[in-house]
Design a binder for this molecule. Structure first.
Ligand code: SF4
Length: 649
């Protein structure tokens, strides 16, 4: 039976293996391929690990291949500084030229040697690199033999990449060639949802979508991912870069005499004016044709004249991209991107698109795609689709957002772990409700004092999640910082992945009463596992209601119109998911135990999704009865709440 199946099941419930085992059996019988879409590298590793275990039980070899972008797998260009910023399209063009050169070299009888290893920190000049020795090795490889070898061993993506590196084989090209022979292929979402990449992916797989069984992991992310993928932004900074690109190479006149730099100056001024006029603190809704009308009024003439100008800029940008490509540089042109965005702009119409201006994080005009149904359509072309998540509820929201049929089957699997392993409390004394924070000058400091009081009672590693970085910084500044242990780890929005993992390792290996501060919906609260005693308490400071930005309000209006459930789908659903994801860090296996404390009196309204939630009374007694007496680590315990300075002192 085909069609969509929605599965809401807690982490640790075995949903990956429960999905894969019958699917692999079905795929072998029907000669289908399983395409398993993942959000993160660690999910991909888990899928391959489970497949290895299932294959061992099946008793015969099974080929499973993990796909990843060139950014991670191109051994030739990885040491070139410029390559780090290339988009998938740009790195694809760079690679295509080198592959062509490789073919020619091989046909001419030249032998290509892999580049000598670079000393740490050094970088290559891309212009020096012609053909690709790693590709040459793939062309000469015994694919049959490699396919057998990988089917026997079922390497993880890391092991596959290591093998390729040792053998000087291009990991990207080899995975692509083996994908057609694999029963299971894992890939990031973009491989399937980006229209051009999808076409190529199906060529690699060698089958049509009707013979593909699709699995979407961490599916609760998908509607927002698709909205972002389909949205088009024109940042003010891109217009400035486009102007500099022309000024550096020599200005030129457009068809009726206006200079290209003058046109871009006017585009920049129009964006500045629109941001000033329509944006609130962060963003604002723009009347649908405001940008076009403002440009025409600034330039004079008709929309045909404007399109002619933009067409000339696109042609100029194409020529620059080609010139850079021939010089073996990244084929990029800011003029090309800006002119194309402006040419397409009038086609991005309501109700699927809402035009907005943003002031933060950067001044820009944006066509925000509120409709995730069109980019989700390829899901319905596959034989079947399984949508997996630990926080997919409310499942009607997910189904309606993607336009999946009402007949879609849905399964909700309760947590398999003993309910007594987790206790949940909510505190009636504080809240992050906007009106309360605005009207009470002591509200922020009171939150800080309450966090410190609770931390002082918890004898275990604890994560404290705030609804936003801004509020976390305010609460820290109000005095909480002084009450934290010196080893406390604080999530930073600008930290690199490497720095983040190093900090988390420090927290995991650190003192028993370690403290970690982060935000709900952030990289820690949604993507990191803390098994066993690595994390035993989570404090949620307030509820993670989404910020009422112009985009959020536009989405709510759209969902009201299309489903009649704007508030539930756009506000309550994401809040619920944010809480469950953050609290979900606590229990990852049947032996995990933990306490969740929600510092917000409004938490009671979510009791239907937080079974066992009870008001916080005697915290000390509750903690003692749950964890028993534990010795704190001297010097690392948070200071008593009284140590927090008063708001003005
Ligand atoms: S073939 Fe592979 S290693 Fe060579 S340029 Fe392309 S992606 Fe890079």
């Amino acid at each position: 039976m085909g069609g969509p199946l929605l599965v809401d099941a807690a982490t640790g419930s075995g949903k990956t293996v429960a999905t894969l085992a019958p699917l692999l059996e079905h795929a072998e019988l029907a000669d289908h391929r399983i395409l398993y879409l993942v959000r993160t590298h660690s999910q991909e590793q888990q899928v391959l690990q489970e497949t290895r275990a299932i294959a061992a039980r099946m008793g015969h070899p099974l080929l499973a291949i993990g796909l990843a972008g060139r950014q991670r797998r191109c051994f030739l260009l990885e040491s070139t500084a410029e390559f780090q910023s290339a988009t998938a399209e740009e790195s694809g063009k760079l690679c295509a030229d080198r592959k062509r050169a490789t073919q020619n070299s091989l046909e001419a009888g030249f032998l290509l040697q892999p580049a000598v290893e670079l000393p740490e920190g050094a970088s290559l000049d891309m212009a020096d690199l012609q053909g690709c020795p790693y590709y040459a090795r793939v062309l000469q490889a015994d694919l049959e033999g490699l396919s057998d070898r990988f089917a026997q061993k079922l390497p993880s993506t890391h092991e596959f990449e290591e093998y390729c590196r040792e053998e000087n084989l291009c990991a990207y090209e080899l995975a692509k060639k083996l994908a057609g022979r694999a029963r299971l292929v894992t890939a990031p979402y973009a491989f399937f949802f980006h229209p051009q990449v999808r076409r190529t992916l199906f060529q690699w797989l060698g089958v049509g979508p009707d013979r593909v069984d699709l699995v979407i992991d961490e599916a609760h992310n998908l509607p927002e991912y698709l909205r972002e993928l389909s949205s088009v932004a024109l940042p003010r900074e891109a217009v400035r870069r486009a102007r500099s690109e022309i000024a550096e190479r020599g200005d030129f006149a457009l068809p009726d005499g206006l200079h290209a730099t003058d046109l871009l100056d006017q585009v920049g001024r129009v964006i500045d004016d629109l941001v000033r006029e329509f944006s609130g603190e962060e963003d604002g809704v723009l009347p649908p044709a405001a940008l076009e009308e403002a440009l025409l009024s600034s330039l004079g003439g008709t929309s045909h004249r404007l399109d002619t100008f933009l067409g000339s800029l696109v042609t100029w940008g194409e020529a620059l991209r080609e010139e850079r490509r021939k010089a073996r540089l990244i084929p990029r042109s800011a003029v090309h991107s800006v002119a194309l965005a402006l040419l397409n702009w009038p086609r991005l119409e309501p109700p699927q698109y809402v035009k907005v201006v943003t002031r933060e994080p950067r001044p820009a005009v944006e066509a925000y795609a509120v409709d995730a149904r069109a980019p989700a359509e390829p899901i319905g072309e596959c034989h079947l689709s399984v949508h997996l998540s630990g926080t997919l509820r409310p499942m009607e929201e997910y189904r309606d957002a993607l336009g999946l049929p009402e007949t879609s089957r849905a399964i909700s699997v309760p947590s398999p772990f003993p309910p007594e392993n987790r206790r949940l409390f909510f505190d009636r004394s504080v809240s992050t409700r906007f009106e309360e924070l605005q009207s009470d000058p002591d509200a922020v400091a009171r939150l800080g004092r309450r966090v410190a009081e609770v931390l002082a009672e918890l004898p275990v590693r604890t994560a404290v999640f705030f609804p936003s970085f801004a509020l976390m910084e305010q609460v820290l500044a109000s005095g909480l910082r002084d009450a934290l242990p010196p080893t406390a780890v604080i999530e930073s929005r600008s930290a690199s992945m490497g720095d983040l993992w190093r900090s988390l390792e420090g927290f995991r290996q650190g003192p028993e009463r370690g403290v970690l501060l982060g935000v709900t919906g952030g990289r820690i609260s949604e993507g990191v596992d803390f098994p066993d005693d690595q994390l035993e308490a989570v404090i949620l400071v307030g509820l993670p209601f989404p910020k009422p930005t112009a985009k959020r309000e536009a989405l709510r209006t759209y969902l009201d119109l299309t489903t009649g459930h704007g508030w539930e789908y756009c506000v309550l659903g994401p809040t619920q998911r944010g809480m469950l994801q953050a609290l979900g860090r606590l229990i990852r296996s049947e032996n995990d135990r933990g306490v969740g404390i929600l510092l917000d009196h409004r938490a009671a309204q979510f009791s239907s999704v937080l079974p066992g939630l009870e008001p916080l009374g005697d915290l000390k007694g509750a903690v003692l009865s749950f964890f028993g007496a534990r010795e704190g680590t001297k010097g690392d315990a948070p200071g008593p709440a009284g140590e927090l300075p008063a708001p003005n002192g």
